[in-house]
Design a binder for this molecule. Structure first.
Ligand code: GLU
Length: 173
């Protein structure tokens, strides 16, 4: 069972998110990732197949700076445990990032439609349909886009989403 953590506040988000992932390690996982917005609301992310400590080492002291973000430990259900399939997953322009626990049962149909519409997928996960579908529906308000996207989803899941164009906010479902 994997883990999700998010933070919005006045403190640096990355250390808090990584500490949160450490506390969730007991649940078991195969990869870990983090997405943090900087002071100009640009979203930076890092992810890795392996332990949270390895993710920290990968950042080599240069953690993304900013005070809102999300993080995830994955237990793969769709796609092998590798870095590409690790969460967070982005839309085509890395403006929207999603972390997700659980399964989206009808992801294949949605993925096929989105590819026909021009979306570029890079992972084998069911999760990635969410970031692209939210991208498709996003105007200004992230909640509205998430609600529209989830109306098309079947399955049991939890998600957390951030968008560069709707700053200081995490939408969790
Ligand atoms: N189904 C998603 C995946 O395979 C999420 C798995 C999980 O719950 O960690 O990436």
């Amino acid at each position: 069972m994997c883990g999700i953590i998010g933070y919005v506040g006045k403190r640096e988000a990355a250390p808090l998110l990584l500490e949160g992932l450490k506390r969730l390690e007991y649940r078991g996982y195969d990869s870990a990732g983090i997405c943090v917005a900087d002071g100009e609301n640009k979203l930076a992310h890092k992810k890795n197949a392996g332990r949270v400590d390895e993710l920290v080492a990968l950042m080599d002291g240069a953690m993304p700076k900013g005070n809102w973000g999300i993080a995830h430990t994955r237990w793969a259900t769709h796609g092998v445990p590798n870095t590409t399939n690790a969460h967070p997953h982005a839309d085509c322009h890395e403006n929207i990032f999603v972390v997700h626990n659980g399964i989206i049962e009808n992801y294949r149909d949605i993925k096929e439609k989105l590819i026909k519409e021009g979306h570029i997928f890079i992972s084998d996960t069911d999760t990635e349909v969410l970031s692209h579908l939210i991208e498709k529906f996003f105007k200004k308000n992230l909640e509205e886009a998430v609600i529209k996207a989830l109306k098309l989803m079947r399955g049991a899941y939890g998600i957390a989403v951030v968008a560069a164009q709707d700053p200081g906010k995490i939408v969790a479902v």
